[in-house]
Ligand binder design. Structure first.
Ligand code: HPA
Length: 275
């Protein structure tokens, strides 16, 4: 990636962003409506952020918010860009790079995913414990850039245990059943074949989706504390009986919205900022 790609985007953020952010949220499919804000300090449509571009996926609203909540300054990216959109890694991880440039050291990445683990049901939540990058490429391929971590980042613990505990506590308070799981990242835009799903299951994946891993990889390499939270929108190919449709992804996330809002709010309130 070219580090200068992000300069114009950073310059397009309102001046109030330069006073910093305590944490960042990336809100994936269906999560965008789950924010509770006390005080919005800045609101920028993605179309006004050079290089970010309009989100092209239904259910991804496409705006950046800086807001205050529970005394914390939160940078929220409502909607994300995906590798399958063909937009390049800079655009895919711009959310994390902008958050990093304005000082956020903690990031919560959310998504909707397909369930492989038969113990899961649509509408339930999985806290990411680890991931498998089935795509085999990642945003750090390229020149070594100061601030983006070492040449060979350790990936032993991408998802910070303290932040996973914050999400467990939040779920417990809401009476939600959650498990920790392994997320398999695929390129999309196709859903998987049943044979692929069987293979990923044998590799140890609990859930599958087309996002999050590029951002988690990049944020972790940069030294940020990372949490990942997924809502199960469907059972993965060959496990559920129905053909997979993006509408189902959106409907399942809509039904889970009150729970999503509570989990996010608890995270914003309780995440240790220097974790
Ligand atoms: N596969 C890949 N990505 C997804 C799925 C799925 O089943 N559900 C939601 N995002």
């Amino acid at each position: 990636m070219d580090p200068h790609f992000f300069d114009k985007a950073e310059a397009a953020l309102p001046a109030v962003c330069r006073d910093g952010a305590d944490m960042a949220l990336v809100l994936g499919s269906g999560w965008g409506g789950a924010l509770e804000t006390d005080d919005v300090l800045a609101r920028v449509p993605y179309g006004d952020i050079p290089g970010m571009g309009q989100a092209s996926v239904p259910g991804h609203s496409g705006e950046f918010l800086l807001y205050r909540r529970h005394g914390r300054r939160v940078a929220a990216f409502c909607g994300r860009r995906h590798w399958y959109e063909g937009v390049g890694w800079e655009t895919v991880v711009m959310n994390v790079e902008l958050a990093r440039r304005i000082g956020a050291k903690t990031v919560l990445l959310t998504n909707a995913s397909g369930g492989l683990n038969p113990a899961l049901k649509p509408g339930e939540f999985v806290i990411l414990r680890d991931h498998i990058n089935t795509v085999g490429v990642n945003p750090l391929i390229g020149p070594l850039v100061e601030g983006w971590g070492p040449r060979f980042p350790d990936m032993g613990e991408v998802y910070t245990p303290l932040l996973r505990n914050v999400l467990h506590d939040a779920a417990r308070k809401e009476g939600l059943r959650v498990i920790e799981g392994v997320y398999a990242f695929t390129s999309g835009p196709v859903f998987e074949t049943p044979a692929e799903i069987r293979a990923y299951g044998r590799w140890g994946a609990d859930i599958v989706g087309m996002s999050t891993v590029p951002e988690a990889t990049f944020a972790h390499a940069c030294g940020m504390s990372v949490a990942g939270l997924s809502v199960i929108s469907n059972m993965a190919a060959g496990i559920g009986l129905e053909p997979l449709k993006h509408e189902d992804v959106l409907n399942a996330s809509k039904a889970a919205r009150p729970a999503m809002a509570a989990l996010i709010d608890s995270f914003v309130r309780n995440a240790p900022l220097s974790a």
